[in-house]
Ligand binder design. Structure first.
Ligand SMILES: [Zn+2]
Ligand SMILES: [Zn+2]
Length: 334
């Protein structure tokens, strides 16, 4: 099978993914073999490529996988051949530790990430345990469904962790794949959204999706905000976001790694008055499944920009430059 493989940590501008011909992976017991039709392109891949997040090397990246069940391993009974399924960032967890038992499998010490600890979707096929794959609702095309599996699932987790309630106000810092989905869920929940981004194109997209206000990263919105989510890779966003929060407001950090450090935070000005900062780690199967259902109900149809598998390096460079409109998706087969 064709696969774009990461063999060495490098800046993404060096086009580090290499097209290779690999054997189609074997299905073991309880697993399914998925013929991949689309795979989303995510900031996490940039972190893996540039060494901010430790991936197994060599690895096939990609954790927003949509495809059809091509074969079933011994004992796999959840799906039929030909079912359209998705695979998200959570590839496996132990199922036995106190985190797993409490429904926080995202924090499991044995958590395995798709396209990080296990080969992912920048390829024609992948295998996964049937317990970590989900049926894709009819109303989405393959490419539309792909970003729902990461950007959407994590977005729902970010929103839940922000503690937002109906009628409250939400600040979004950065407006890429996840934020543009979060905005639509927040609107569905009756919340007003304020979008902070440098990009004029992203501001226009935010307004067209129903943002109440848009501005630059350091602009002041017309009112203080109940909560905020930081999707940017830069440290300066943290004080900017804390500055526009209401007393008791919470800032959720939706990024795994920052490109540069968070500047020192003035406690009295930025954190006092019961403001909080909360990070988000990974996703659970429930996040992915709940989000697919919610997205079909609202509905949320992501804006996607498609690329060929062999153009994965180009897609990642554009992603790093913030030049993808909506979500980037590798279109792998029909
Ligand atoms: Zn992702
Ligand atoms: Zn566990």
């Amino acid at each position: 099978m064709k696969a774009m493989v990461l063999k060495e940590i490098q800046p993404v501008e060096k086009r580090p993914l290499e097209m290779m011909d690999l054997p189609i992976p074997r299905v073991n017991s309880g697993q399914i073999l998925v013929k991949i039709s689309a795979c989303g392109v995510c900031h996490t891949e940039l972190d893996e490529i540039e060494g901010r997040l430790q991936a197994r090397i060599p690895v096939v990246l990609g954790h927003e996988i949509v495809g059809r069940v091509e074969s079933l391993g011994p004992g796999a009974t959840k799906f039929k051949l030909g079912d359209r399924v998705g695979v998200a960032w959570i590839n496996s967890a132990c199922g036995e530790c106190h985190f797993c038992r409490a429904g926080s499998e995202n924090l499991c010490p044995q958590f395995q990430g798709t396209g990080c600890h296990a080969d992912g979707g920048y390829a024609e096929y992948t295998v996964v345990s049937e317990d970590f794959a989900y049926l894709i609702p009819e109303r989405f095309t393959d490419s539309q469904a792909a970003p729902l599996l990461c950007a959407g699932a994590i977005g729902l987790r970010d929103l839940r962790l922000s503690g937002i309630k109906r009628g409250q106000t939400l600040g979004l810092f950065g407006f890429g794949a996840s934020a543009h989905i979060v905005l639509q869920v927040a609107k569905y929940w009756g919340c007003q959204t304020f979008v902070f981004t440098r990009s004029g194109e992203h501001r226009n997209l935010a307004l067209s999706l129903g943002a109440a206000w848009t501005g630059g990263p350091q602009d002041s919105p017309p009112q203080k905000l109940s909560c905020a989510i930081d999707f940017t890779p830069v440290g300066e966003t943290v004080p900017n976001a804390l500055r526009v929060l209401e007393k008791g407001g919470r800032l959720v950090m939706a990024v795994i790694r920052k490109r540069n450090p968070i500047p020192p935070l003035d406690y009295t000005q930025l954190l006092w008055d019961e403001k909080e900062i909360k990070s988000v780690a990974n996703v659970t199967r429930k996040d992915a499944e709940d989000f697919l259902t919610l997205a079909a109900e609202i509905p949320i149809i992501p804006e996607v920009q498609e690329f060929k598998l062999e153009d994965a390096n180009t897609a990642l460079i554009l992603l790093k430059q913030g030049r993808i409109q909506g979500a980037g998706v590798l279109r792998i087969s029909e």
